[in-house]
Design a protein around this ligand. Sequence first.
Ligand SMILES: *[C@@H]1O[C@H](CO)[C@@H](O)[C@H](O)[C@H]1NC(C)=O
Ligand SMILES: *[C@@H]1O[C@H](CO)[C@@H](O)[C@H](O)[C@H]1NC(C)=O
Ligand SMILES: *[C@@H]1O[C@H](CO)[C@@H](O)[C@H](O)[C@H]1NC(C)=O
Ligand SMILES: *[C@@H]1O[C@H](CO)[C@@H](O)[C@H](O)[C@H]1NC(C)=O
Length: 475
Amino acid sequence: MSFWEVGEMASSLLALLLLLEGAMLSSSPPPSGLLEKLFQHIDLHQDEFVQTLKEWVAIESDSIQPVPRLRREIFRIMALAADRLQHLGARVKSVDLDSQQLPDGQSLPVPPILLAELGDEPEKPTVCFYGHLDVQPAQQEDGWLTDPYTLTEELPVNIKFILEGMEEAGSVALEELVRKEKDSFFSNVDYIVISDNLWISRRTPALIFGTRGNSYFMVEVKCRDQDFHSGTFGGILNEPMADLVALLGSLVDSSGHILIPGIYDQMTPLTEEEKKMYETIDLDLEEYQNSSQVEKFLFDTKEELLTHLWRYPSLSIHGIQGAFDDPGTKTVIPGRVIGKFSIRLVPHMNLSLVEKQVKQHLEAVFSRRNSSNKMAVSMVIGLHPWIANISDTQYLAAKRAIRTVFGVEPDMIQDGSTIPIARTFQDITQKSVMMLPLGAVDDGEHAQNEKINRWNYIEGSKLFAAFFLELSKLH
Ligand SMILES: *[C@@H]1O[C@H](CO)[C@@H](O)[C@H](O)[C@H]1NC(C)=O
Ligand SMILES: *[C@@H]1O[C@H](CO)[C@@H](O)[C@H](O)[C@H]1NC(C)=O
Ligand SMILES: *[C@@H]1O[C@H](CO)[C@@H](O)[C@H](O)[C@H]1NC(C)=O
Ligand SMILES: *[C@@H]1O[C@H](CO)[C@@H](O)[C@H](O)[C@H]1NC(C)=O
């Protein structure tokens, strides 16, 4: 699960180390010469980096399974990370948190969140990296980390880290900490960088400036708590399942269009500038279709496909609780069923308005059925979409860095999934947030055989270094 995510962390830490070391190669190198040296250093030592990554990846770790042994592993990671950052010369604060009460009554300790700072020079921009450390080596043998590096004034930016160990389990306690640290740790942060996602192609780097939100609904239809036999009751009552199927069937048509009135009213019109951005994105529709093992997507052009992943909301039906779903032919009439569906929200959509529209729609459909059953709708997850201003300095700096390292323009993309932390950071700290991914589209995040290409890893480390230098010039 966290191979790639560890890759991110490793890469950003590596980029940092290299900057520090590069800065010590010469007392006052011109920026371009420095970058060249850093790149040479990265190329020369890439086997060591890969070895380091191998060791990190080899560690079994999991923040989702509530197992004390695994939880202790995360504590160990956080302590180790704190140690590493201290070796870098960083001031590290480890924030202890209350324990987590699980639904089964178990109580598990929550690993601390690390706040680290490298450099504190007011005339330089301050970049804050958010990352999570679900995985960490048990061995302490990062060859390239043995020297105690000290901060020199050549480092072109101040750097801060906010690192947690519970991202996969819903970032327990993170938002509260960000709120608490808004006027202290975050007060002098200029830019926040997250690297927790992927490019949209194998070869073209990307910058991510938006993610969809998510609103998850449960609609319950109930006659009574107990099930019925269809021989005894079939034909004389409103069956909850029939009501529910009608409700779920009223949500979306076969072209993917959401049938809830008003839902598209919140969309902003597609601008010419956006259209151009979509046209240049490196995506082969046929290849994407083939690799997804889908006979045919709903849309025939790259632009239509991408706008429907990023710019338009989508509605997915996930399941029915209480329904008979085993093999065989049981003649049950479920007495109470719960349908589950969610809407991915796009930038500018208002979550509470969507909630209202969904409830109104389902109530109208249900009422037209004249059913004697009871219906109840609730929104159980509500996560806002996120969109950044791509004219912000850090986006310009990242574009330049990508041109320097990869020799191409980045794909300016959004992510169809939901990464709530971006919006949380933006709303609470009011700082510019950017996602700077390093991995390729086929890395298989969270899936079997997840990988990161050596090329992405090594060039990605250079990208961080170049980004810091560009940012210091543009700030
Ligand atoms: C996609 O699959 C079809 C059918 O197998 C094949 O003819 C086509 O060349 C494939 N296209 C790409 C881009 O892989
Ligand atoms: C979102 O919608 C709710 C409910 O309709 C409304 O009260 C609120 O003002 C809206 N918020 C924004 C930011 O438009
Ligand atoms: C529901 O009841 C109304 C009024 O009694 C009737 O006009 C309508 O046809 C009924 N609808 C269904 C689906 O039975
Ligand atoms: C985006 O950022 C640019 C550069 O800082 C600024 O001029 C522009 O007003 C911003 N746009 C919005 C919508 O905030």
